[in-house]
Design a protein around this ligand. Structure first.
Ligand code: SF4
Length: 232
């Protein structure tokens, strides 16, 4: 039998509740602060996520503030000059991003009367909006209970629940079943806050190369940690 479980076996609600409680206890003292986290505007969340793609959050902080002050709504952005957007986001070193952002703003105005879509399928039709960005807009902007299939989140739940990722695509995105597992652990109340907690935990504790298992508040029930420290 495989040492890993298929995500469908993620049925232990008691364990899920314990996982949620521990994360939400850990998070208030360990929250990473970013200006876009102060916002619940779907527009501002979408802009932040588009700026964050393929660059570091540190670089995005200053650019984001300038961007939102210059373009306070999707309507002002849709009528912007691409050159102006390029000038603002130049520090990110992403030459094609301005065109994509402008394109998204114009589509939202033309097709959605200026409302950022609140349905995942519609969000995914927008250029450069993938599963993660759509999930972030829904979770942080609209308060919808959805999973955020971010690399940090996927890694955390794979390790904690000992899940395999059998159909990881060639583009590196998680399999559908892993995305379902990521959604299942999200509570009904404060789902956005919980997703931020998972993002921060994956970035600060359950890191890719050197997870801080010795100081991890989840270690007593972490399947990967227990397997590695109690080999049969
Ligand atoms: Fe991650 Fe280690 Fe904590 Fe398990 S014990 S969740 S592997 S940091």
């Amino acid at each position: 039998m495989s040492a890993l479980q298929a995500p469908q076996q993620l049925l232990d609600l008691t364990k899920i509740k314990w996982f949620r409680k521990r994360l939400l206890t850990w998070h208030p003292r360990n929250t990473r602060s970013f200006p876009w986290r102060d916002s619940k505007s779907p527009y501002e969340i979408l802009i932040a996520e588009m700026l964050l793609q393929a660059t570091s959050a540190t670089k995005v902080i200053a650019v984001y503030k300038t961007f939102i002050e210059r373009y306070r709504s999707v309507f002002s952005l849709a009528t912007a000059e691409q050159n102006d957007i390029e000038r603002i986001i130049r520090p990110l070193g992403l030459p094609n991003r301005a065109h994509a952002i402008l394109n998204v703003a114009r589509l939202v105005v033309d097709l959605h009367a200026g409302e950022i879509p609140c349905e995942k399928d519609e969000l995914l039709k927008l250029p450069r909006v993938g599963e993660y960005t759509a999930g972030a807009v829904l979770s942080f902007g609209y308060g919808v209970r959805v999973g955020i299939p971010d690399t940090n989140v996927i890694r955390l739940i794979q390790r904690f629940f000992n899940l395999e990722n059998p159909r990881k695509s060639h583009r590196g995105s998680p399999s559908r079943s892993i995305r379902l597992a990521a959604a299942k652990v999200v509570p009904t109340r404060n789902s956005g806050g919980f997703n931020y907690a998972m993002l921060d935990f994956g970035a600060l504790i359950c890191t890719s190369l050197h997870p801080k298992c010795k100081q991890c508040p989840l270690s007593t029930k972490c399947e990967t940690y227990m397997r590695q420290n109690n080999p049969r």
